[in-house]
Design a protein around this ligand. Sequence first.
Ligand SMILES: [Zn+2]
Length: 232
Amino acid sequence: MKFQAVFFFTLLFCFNGSTQHVLEIDCDTTRYEYGDYADSIGYYEDLFAGTHEAKVSDNRLRLAYFVALRHYPELKQSKVKLKLKPISSTMQAQPRWDFIFQKRSARRYAVFVNSNASITGICYQDLSFNSLVGWIGHEMAHVLDYSKKNNRQLFAFISSYVFDKNELRRTERKADKVTIKHGLGMQLLEGVNFFHRSKKVKKAYREKKKKYYLTPEEIIADIEDQCHEKQH
Ligand SMILES: [Zn+2]
């Protein structure tokens, strides 16, 4: 059952130990708790049968995938698999290698979740259920972006993403904004805050996050913009 609530977030920013800025976010949102949805896995698997397949035994991760997917109705017909794999970030979305030989409608995508915590320092299991939903939502923003490109555009994009750091930054920041637009801003923020506070994260991964993704402050500002838009 869906749990709706109004959350009031007060965040304190301290500068030089003397000045304090108080920022309040008052926005109708949901904090996803695993227990509220645990009975729904079968329902979601039937609902997305033939298109979305969560090939993991971890029920919590599987469920987080489907809860995030509910925020992306545009992806209902897309063929996506969720898989565990050793990768250099916590999650990663990509089209299957054979996309170049297929029609866009037949294209398949994968969302990988890192199975080897020693690479990044943190494990997806460290994230709260709510944060997992937000981070999977970020990967779905990538899938949505891929699904709008034809084969030639997608091929060109992958090449520039790999070699051009500016393209990487543009892409990751845009994916964060699309996640917020799809109503998963607070979920994304919870995960990002957890990430920045975690002592376990490897230095290179921490630097990458700072350089290429929205900061917690930018996420908050964007959520405020979105809430403002919705109210008018
Ligand atoms: Zn990303």
